[in-house]
Design a protein around this ligand. Structure first.
Ligand code: PMP
Ligand code: GLU
Length: 427
């Protein structure tokens, strides 16, 4: 029986998340025998570190429901990780574990009655989650010349009209979709505005440890009383499909943690037990972690820099990424040529590119950009991460990788980049 009329109004008309939809579309096309370059879904290409996989193996027998907030040794390990990697003080009591940070971000929006403030562009799921939870979304305009980052002035001008309004601001850095991050001075200025208007600041640091220079800084250091750090295993540890996310709360927001734990107890109960035990190994880290992060960052940096340069040399503008595995590209200088082909929106652009070249990328409108702007996100993850890691570990010690690495380990990425530039230039 299907009766759309009875669907909850908050859900009616929503489509499946763009990231997951493009992945399924690519898999269908591949099954039909087509050559597809999967630059749509943003998932880490690297294997989960052996030590963490081994820990999961050892814990496969863990079968009990765990505490709603998460295993206490895991929460302790995360507090240690926060101190070591982010220089942020926290304790096990400040931490909530969930089946992915995505679920935690949603539950936060459900329990906290406030507007959602996000810069445009932002990750695809924040706004639909707000809609499902019946929250207003305010997209803060950004400037391309500032690599589409949230500026303290714009945040201030949004908040000052109604200073006491309850708000959640999500700041994600390194950013999905741009790969760019914020210098510390900017974080401090943003923290000042957040403090002035007492916003709940969700610092989405899921890509923090992928920052190429290894120098990711958390805004929680500058607005400790109002910042929730959102993180997890999905990106730096290559374990998106394991579904484990973490929220670290300031002491002052304990009431919010408690409210989220109530919803967790009535919905997902607790995160998978074997995964939580394995996550202890991941967050405790060790020598293997430094090695893994060193090589994965170096690989992503080489690909990201090369890809951005390739696009820029063809007048497709994209800022040089600083972390994560994304580029946000502006095809605007080809607007006239593309419009002669019937391409007027970022969706048209991505559909035509996929149909004509097999390269799958996501349109800027999925990230909250004006549909008429010809922007798109490129997830440069279409390579064998294990092979790339082996190559990097064997061949080089200190220096950066070079084009030979790309030609050996990333042939599909190089082909996809060439297809994007050739197709655009010849359109
Ligand atoms: N935030 C951002 C910016 C993301 O790209 C993602 C996608 N993985 C998430 C949050 C959610 O990650 P997860 O649910 O896998 O922890
Ligand atoms: N965050 C990833 C992306 O932006 C995919 C996972 C997801 O959206 O849940 O592509």
């Amino acid at each position: 029986m299907s009766n759309h009329i009875n669907l909850n109004l908050n859900v009616r008309g929503l489509s499946p998340s763009a990231t997951l939809a493009i992945n399924e579309q690519c898999n269908r096309l591949i099954k039909q025998g087509k050559k597809i370059y999967k630059l749509g879904l943003g998932q880490s290409p690297f294997p989960v570190p052996d030590e963490v996989v081994e820990s999961l193996r050892r814990n496969a027998h863990q079968k009990d429901y765990l505490p709603v907030r998460g295993l206490s040794i895991l929460r302790e390990a995360i507090a240690g990780f926060n101190k070591r990697m982010l220089k942020v003080d926290s304790s096990a009591d400040d931490i909530l574990i969930g089946p992915g940070s995505k679920e935690l971000i949603f539950i936060l929006q459900l329990v906290y009655y406030g507007d959602l403030i996000i810069p445009t562009p932002s990750w695809v799921s924040y706004a639909p989650q707000a809609r499902i939870a019946e929250r207003h979304v305010y997209w803060v305009p950004t400037d391309k010349s500032n690599n589409w980052r949230l500026s303290p002035e714009k945040l201030e001008s949004l908040c000052k009209d109604d200073p006491d309004r309850p708000r959640i601001v999500i700041l994600n850095y390194p950013s999905n979709p741009t790969g760019c991050t914020y210098p510390v001075e900017r974080l401090k200025l943003l923290a000042e505005v957040a403090r002035k208007y007492r916003v709940i600041l969700v610092s989405d640091e899921i890509y923090g440890l992928t920052q190429f220079d290894g120098n990711h800084q958390s805004i929680a250091r500058y607005y400790p009383e109002g910042t929730i750090i959102s993180s997890g295993l999905s990106k730096w540890c290559g374990a998106g499909g394991w579904r484990l996310g973490t929220f670290t709360f300031p002491k002052d927001l304990k009431w919010l943690l408690d409210a989220m734990a109530v919803v967790a107890s009535e919905t997902f109960t607790a995160t998978s037990a074997p995964i939580q035990y394995a996550a202890v190994t991941a967050f405790e880290g060790d020598g293997w972690m430094d090695d893994y992060l060193f090589h994965t960052r170096r690989i992503l940096k080489q690909i990201g820099y090369w890809f951005a340069e390739r696009l820029n040399s063809c007048n497709i503008w994209a800022p040089q990424p600083q972390g994560a595995f994304y580029l946000f590209a502006d095809f605007g200088s080809y607007r006239e040529k593309l419009s002669r082909k019937g391409i007027h929106t970022s969706n048209d652009l991505c559909n035509a590119l996929l149909a004509e070249t097999g390269v799958a990328i996501l349109s800027g409108s999925d990230f909250g950009r004006n549909p008429e702007e010809l922007t798109a996100r490129i997830a440069y993850v279409n390579f064998d991460g294990e092979n790339a890691l082996n190559f990097s570990r064997k061949k080089y010690s200190g220096s950066d990788l070079d084009k030979a690495f790309l030609d050996t380990c990333c042939t599909d990425i190089v082909e996809a980049a060439n297809k994007i530039t050739d197709w655009t230039a010849n359109s």
